[in-house]
Design a protein around this ligand. Structure first.
Ligand code: ATP
Ligand code: MG
Length: 581
């Protein structure tokens, strides 16, 4: 597998709103290139992607993945490690370890056998802690969490030293050993760094390095009952691996002095450099793993791969391509300013990509029966249809045509408004790849008054592709032959949330902002027979409707499609006539 499959250039045209600077220069890239050129870190470039295996990857992670693996790929000799930051036994699970690897591979990135686990460093991290105690740089404390909070002070007030701060090195070593031996219950003691309780940076006010937690870890089992804090384990894991550039999101900026302190005081073998960038936020969705997990656990979605979620698995099931996700990440760039990117921008990139690669087919989501009164009852013909006008190598296929067809209910109006150019009583439209038809009659349900079928006549001289000068009609609509149609279910997706959580009062339960209509299941759809054998994950453009992808639920018997994204202006404005090839 190559590190990078292909690169779609995203900056060729004007795009929907981007609220973050495009990061054309990408300051991190420039900085790493400069370090490399200057021979810093012995001329090595080692980045890492450090997920905690407590959830599935999402599009925000993809931004970090593209950055870290992208740097390693772009710089000669560069390498990007995959490291599982698995220091919290209660939330981590091998299911996530496997899913993260699968998602990374699907996105097109490879860690070239450089896969690590922070839990493999537990013994070394413990030794570093013993060293810190020996140097008088760490001490065991027994303040309660509440006392610890009071002693810490506030942004405007310095903290106070804990009474344990001046205990002897021997006492601290003895207690730390007994903590490891399991002599104390959870929460009774912690190991703290001895830095400065009056520091203006609260992160430096003697932060906790180790906590007692009698919990089984998915990799180390019951070997440990004390676990290192993130701010301690992370810098040392980087240092042990020889990471040169440790790239993280902005909220860790204030932790950088602590990162440097830990690496320096522990006298770790390498001195990685922490660099921060703004995380990706997207409108009308959630990216916190805690919230995603809540949705999954409360069954508010069907699973981590629910196509409404911004998880990699969800986007994949919905029909996104890795190329589209990477192009999106490249486009939004890397900046230092927190911003929310419009979901439409992500949709733009998948639409662009699918336009190039998807075969076109015809499908009718909400069928209305059309009877061609003048078409022979026992006749059927195969009409040639273009598979992909964007790709001539995709060729053509045959679509069966017969006397009774389905069209979209929306393509007919009994009483058409002014701008409506599709079918109406007395009006003509072209059937895509077929003939011009004229509506000559409407059958209605005697009770509801609903239109149940249309009677039309077709003009046999107007066959699509015929050489003679064609009559002009204002619209071309898609259709499926009733006798040949295959039944399908189509799932349309709408935003997961009805508001951006950043803009709503934080005291509200966020799940009240879930969009109750985020999933719209349309049953009784009719698709052309070439889709009968559609394989899971195959992507199509349903002509005039959008991009769709076969869902794994098709295995249960009913062909099921997910709408990945609509066509740009689908339904929003009246269709202009289309040139027929
Ligand atoms: P949490 O820390 O709440 O479990 P997380 O989203 O930070 O969640 P990690 O597994 O720690 O999850 O993330 C792995 C890497 O992905 C980190 O380096 C983090 O900075 C990066 N990352 C996570 N979310 C985003 C995001 N929205 N945008 C950019 N990078 C992100
Ligand atoms: Mg994190």
């Amino acid at each position: 597998m190559t590190a990078r499959l292909s690169h779609v250039s995203p900056r060729e045209e004007s795009l929907p709103v981007v609220s973050e600077p495009s990061g054309a220069s990408n300051f991190i890239h420039d900085l790493v290139v400069a370090d490399h050129a200057a021979g810093k870190h012995d001329g090595r470039v080692v980045t890492r992607f450090p997920p905690e295996p407590n959830g599935y990857l999402h599009i925000g992670h993809a931004k970090s993945i593209c950055l870290n693996f992208g740097l390693a790929h772009d710089i000669s000799g560069g390498i990007c490690h995959l490291r599982f930051d698995d220091t919290n036994p209660t939330t981590e699970d091998p299911e996530y370890v496997n899913a993260i690897q699968a998602d990374l591979k699907w996105l097109g990135f490879d860690w070239q056998e450089k896969m690590f686990f922070a839990s493999d460093y537990f013994e070394q991290l413990y030794s570093f802690a013993v060293k810190l105690i020996h140097k008088g740089k760490a001490y065991v404390d027994n303040l309660t969490p509440e006392e610890m909070r009071v002693y810490r002070g506030t942004l405007s007030q310095p903290g106070k030293n804990s009474p344990s701060r001046d205990h002897s090195i021997e006492d601290n070593l003895g207690l730390f050993q007994r903590m490891r031996a399991g002599e104390f219950p959870d929460g009774s003691y912690v190991l703290r760094a001895k830095i400065d309780m009056a520091s203006p940076n609260i992160n430096l006010r003697d932060p906790v390095l180790y906590r007692i937690r009698h919990a089984r870890h998915y990799r180390t089992g019951n070997s440990w009952c004390l676990y290192p804090a993130y701010d301690y384990a992370h810098p040392l894991s980087d240092a042990l691996e020889g990471v040169t550039h440790s790239i993280c999101t902005l909220e860790f900026e204030d932790h950088r002095p602590l990162y440097d302190w830990v690496v320096e005081q522990a006298e770790a073998p390498h001195r990685p450099q922490q660099i921060e960038f703004a995380r990706l936020n997207l409108t009308y969705t959630v990216m916190s793993k805690r919230k995603l997990l809540e949705l999954v656990e409360k069954k508010l979605v069907s699973g981590w791969d629910d196509p409404r979620l911004p998880t990699i698995k969800g986007l994949r099931r919905r029909g996104y391509t890795p190329e589209a996700i990477r192009a999106f990440c490249d486009h939004i760039g890397i900046g230092k300013r927190e911003a929310i990117v419009e979901m439409q921008l992500l949709e733009h990139f998948v639409r662009e990509d699918l336009n190039k690669r998807s075969p076109r087919v015809m499908a009718v989501l909400r069928p209305l029966k059309v009877i061609l009164d003048n078409y022979p009852e026992d006749q059927a013909e195969e009409l040639e249809a273009v598979n992909n006008p964007e790709d001539s190598s995709a060729g053509t296929r045959n679509v069966p045509f017969s006397r009774v067809l389905y069209i979209e209910q929306d393509d007919f109006r009994e009483d058409p408004p002014k701008q409506f150019f599709r079918l109406a009583p007395g009006r003509e439209v072209r059937l895509r790849y077929a003939y011009i038809i004229k509506c000559v009659g409407v059958t209605k349900d005697p009770i509801t008054g609903e239109v149940t079928e249309l009677h039309c006549i077709y003009d046999s001289t107007t066959k699509s592709g015929a050489s003679q000068e064609q009559r002009k009609v204002k619209a071309t609509i898609h259709w499926v032959s009733l006798a040949h149609a295959v039944n399908a279910e189509v799932r349309l997706y709408h935003p997961l949330l009805i508001a951006d959580l950043a803009k709503v009062p934080s005291e509200h339960d966020w799940t009240t902002y879930l969009n109750p209509n985020s999933l719209e299941r349309v049953t009784g759809c009719k698709v052309e027979p070439s889709l009968r054998q559609a394989v899971e994950g195959t992507r199509y453009q349903f002509e005039r409707l959008g991009y769709f992808c076969t869902d794994p639920d098709s295995a249960s018997g009913t062909l099921t499609f997910n709408r990945t994204v609509s066509l740009k202006d689908a339904w929003a404005k009246i269709d202009p006539p289309r040139p027929v090839k």
